[in-house]
Design a protein around this ligand. Structure first.
Ligand SMILES: [Mg+2]
Length: 352
C-alpha cells in the first residue's frame, strides 16, 4: 500500500549495498549475545551454555499477504512476529533475526523504508537484533524471508512431542480474532473495488483488524512459565488454527486429546462478528489461524500453579492414543478433530 504523497526514489539510485546501508541505518543492537551484527561477511553470535533455536519463514506477496489492505509497516512487523512466535513456542527467548527481501522495481525506496520501519519497531519492542540479510530483485512481487535465532536453557527447551495421557491442554490469549479481522478487511476491500469513495468504518472491528495486521508474539509466556515454575511437556504456536496444532501435538507424542468447546477462549468481538458473518465461532477458533498464541500441555500436578491466571486457559486434556482426538461440544457430543487449518497446497496459505 503506497501512500500517493510519498516521494518515490527508484531502487537503482541506491544500488544493493547502498540500499542495505540505507534501510538498516537506524538498526540498534540489544542483545549481549550479538558479538558482531551487520557489516561483515557474517554475523557472530556468542551463546555460551544455552541451546540455540533457529527458525525461518517466507512470506510471498499474493500468497501470504495482499498489499491492497496490508500496510507495509504492518507487514514488516508481522513478518518478524511470525518468526518470533516459533522461537517462543520452543520455550526460548528470541535474540537475533536476519531479513532477506526480493523486490521488484515497482517498489520505490520509500516503500521499503516503510517495511523496515515495521521490522525495526518489532526488533526494538521485542529486544531482538537485526544482524544481517540480503536484498535481491524479483520479477514481480515482494518476498520476505526472515530467520530468527533464540536461546533456551538446555533443560527448558520444549518440543511438540512430550505430551502424556492426562496432561492438561492449555492455550494462551483468545482465538479466532485474526481470521475474522481478515474477513472484515476482505469485505471492505470488495466494497472499495465497487465504490472507491466508500469510507470503511473499521472502528467496531478494531481488535480483530489489529490481531490480523499487527499480531503480537507471546514473548511473555516462556517468562511467565518460568516464574510459575511450570515446564510444559509440549508446546506449539497457533499459526494454522487450534485443530491442526492439537493434531501436531497428539501425533508427535502418540496421544489423543479431548477438547471442550465451552472452554475455548473467544473475545466478545469474535462472537459478535461471527454472528454478523453467520459463521460458527468454534469453527473459526479451530481452523481460522494466525492467532500466534501458544498451545501447550502440562502435567496435571502443575494445575494449581496456573489456575486462575488470566493469560492461560485449560481447554482439554490428553488421552491414550487409541481414544483419538475429539471436540466435546456444549451439547456433550463427541466430534473427531480434523485438520481444517489453511493448507499451503490446498489454498496457497502456508502459515507454519
Ligand atoms: Mg509454528
Amino acid at each position: 500500500m503506497f501512500e500517493d504523497n510519498l516521494p518515490k526514489t527508484s531502487l537503482s539510485e541506491l544500488g544493493e549495498f547502498g540500499l542495505i546501508d540505507h534501510l538498516t541505518r537506524f538498526v540498534k543492537t540489544h542483545q549481549p549475545t550479538t558479538h558482531k551484527g551487520i557489516g561483515d561477511d557474517a554475523a557472530v553470535i556468542n551463546h555460551e551454555k544455552e541451546q540455540s533455536v533457529i527458525t525461518t519463514d517466507m512470506l510471498i506477496e499474493g500468497v501470504h499477504f495482499d498489499l491492497a489492505y496490508t500496510p507495509l509497516k504492518h507487514l514488516g512487523y508481522k513478518a518478524v512476529m511470525v518468526n518470533l512466535s516459533d522461537v517462543y513456542a520452543m520455550n526460548a527467548q528470541a535474540s537475533q533475526i536476519t531479513v532477506s527481501i526480493a523486490v521488484s522495481n515497482r517498489f520505490p525506496v520509500e516503500a521499503l523504508e516503510e517495511l523496515y520501519a515495521g521490522i525495526t519497531l518489532a526488533c526494538d519492542t521485542y529486544k531482538v537484533d537485526l544482524i544481517g540479510g540480503d536484498t535481491t530483485s524479483s520479477r514481480s512481487g515482494l518476498v520476505i524471508s526472515i530467520t530468527a535465532i533464540g536461546q533456551v536453557q538446555t533443560d527448558k527447551v520444549t518440543y511438540r512431542s512430550g505430551a502424556k495421557p492426562n496432561d492438561l491442554l492449555v492455550v494462551t490469549g483468545d482465538l479466532g480474532a485474526a481470521f475474522m479481522g481478515l474477513k472484515v478487511l476482505e469485505r471492505e476491500n470488495e466494497v472499495f473495488k465497487v465504490n472507491p469513495n466508500a469510507q470503511p468504518d473499521l472502528e467496531p472491528y478494531a481488535y480483530l483488524v489489529e490481531r490480523q495486521l499487527k499480531p503480537e508474539a507471546r514473548k511473555d509466556i516462556p517468562q511467565l512459565l518460568e516464574a510459575l515454575k511450570v515446564k510444559p511437556t509440549s508446546m506449539i504456536d497457533i499459526s494454522d488454527g487450534l485443530s491442526s496444532e492439537i493434531i501436531h501435538l497428539c501425533r508427535n507424542a502418540k496421544v489423543g486429546a479431548n477438547l471442550f468447546e465451552e472452554k475455548i477462549p473467544l473475545d466478545p468481538a469474535v462472537i459478535s462478528v461471527c454472528e454478523e458473518f453467520n459463521i460458527d465461532s468454534t469453527t473459526i477458533a479451530l481452523s481460522g489461524g494466525e492467532d500466534y498464541e501458544l498451545l501447550f500441555t502440562i502435567d496435571q500436578n502443575d494445575y494449581d500453579k496456573i489456575k486462575g491466571n488470566p493469560n492461560l486457559t485449560v481447554i482439554g486434556h490428553m488421552t491414550e492414543e487409541k481414544e483419538g482426538m475429539h471436540l466435546i461440544t456444549r451439547a456433550n457430543q463427541k466430534i473427531p478433530i480434523k485438520a481444517r487449518g489453511w493448507n499451503s497446497f490446498e489454498d496457497a496459505n502456508d502459515k507454519e
